[in-house]
Design a protein. Structure first.
Length: 317
């Protein structure tokens, strides 16, 4: 191996010594060929963000109203025929969903096979809620579909998060992808981007790095301004996968350095640690004496080895 190759190897090892992915705490984040990504990029982002936040409020409100109405019914009303209108079906879906999300694994009730979709097991209440949503869309007026699809996409996102945090990977992945697909259909790029970023987060947790890389790229295409998580995770992952590609390593580092604060304190603390590592290696390359500005013996040894390699290369150049 030539001196230049040896030096490059030392530099890459040094810069990547702490670049390997440290899993963030779990409690901290298939697209249809018919999806029109160009429309998503042209949508009103302010309206999209408001819908992402406001939809959650509407869902909780709908669940509350639905429960209140049910409680106000007289005993005789339970004997009447149920209302099968699309509004009633959608409200039932919201109610079942909110009830399920408030439970843990032990109190959620029965689990059933999610046939024809994720093919995994999910809480029966979750599957029932999703069934009500689908049935409501069968008779829903066309003018209401976009609004209700946004609500459905957000609720699927919440279902996916509930499952992912409990490591039901297959069922969670299907719902994150479905949430993104539905969100793109109703031109909610922010929500679609968030769903894919969270999927990327958990794919990294599950050590499926190649798939996470693809998903995070798609998340960034949909939205970066209002989704700092996707670009941050992409930067962390690309820094890990850069290998001997120094330009790719630098690009990943710049992405991490230039992002806004992350959506949770844990993730932001992690980003600040990455920033400290990046600055350490960059400073030590410029001033070898700064190799000693670390509490890591591994960092110090690698940094001094790189410095020695540069000196030897300069002498024999």
């Amino acid at each position: 191996m030539s001196m230049g190759s040896c030096l490059l190897a030392f530099v890459v090892i040094a810069r990547c010594a702490e670049a390997s992915f440290h899993k963030p705490p779990l409690g901290v984040v298939r697209e249809s060929n018919d999806d029109n990504l160009e429309d998503l990029h042209n949508e009103d982002e302010a309206d999209d963000l408001m819908s992402f936040v406001g939809t959650g409020v509407e869902l909780h409100k709908a669940a509350s109203i639905s429960m209140t109405r049910q409680n106000l019914h007289s005993p005789d009303s339970t004997l009447t025929e149920p209302d099968h209108s699309w509004e009633s079906q959608f409200s039932q879906g919201v109610r079942e969903s909110e009830t399920m999300l408030a439970c843990d694994e032990t109190s959620v009730g029965s689990w059933v096979r999610d046939v024809g979709r994720s093919a995994s097991v999910v809480p029966e209440k979750m599957l029932l809620a999703e069934k009500f949503f689908l049935e409501a869309f069968n008779t829903m007026p066309e003018g209401k579909r976009k609004e209700k699809q946004a609500e459905q996409a957000l609720q699927m996102y919440n279902h996916a998060k509930w499952l992912a945090e409990r490591n039901y990977a297959t069922a969670a992945e299907w719902r994150y992808r479905e949430s993104a697909r539905i969100a793109k259909q109703c031109r909610r790029g922010t929500l679609a981007s968030h769903a894919l970023a969270r999927l990327g987060f958990f794919l990294m947790q599950w050590c499926r790095y190649d798939e996470a890389h693809i998903v995070l790229q798609e998340s960034m295409k949909l939205n970066t301004k209002k989704n700092p998580l996707g670009p941050y995770l992409f930067g962390v992952l690309d820094r890990q996968l850069a290998g001997a590609d120094v330009s790719r390593l630098h690009a990943a580092e710049e992405l991490i350095l230039n992002l806004a604060d992350q959506p949770s304190e844990d993730l932001e603390d992690q980003r600040q640690q990455h920033i400290a590592d990046i600055r350490y290696w960059r400073n030590s390359e410029l001033e070898p004496a700064r190799c000693f500005e670390t509490s890591s013996v591994t960092h110090l040894v690698i940094c001094l080895a790189c410095t020695f390699g540069r000196v030897v290369q300069h002498v024999f150049a």
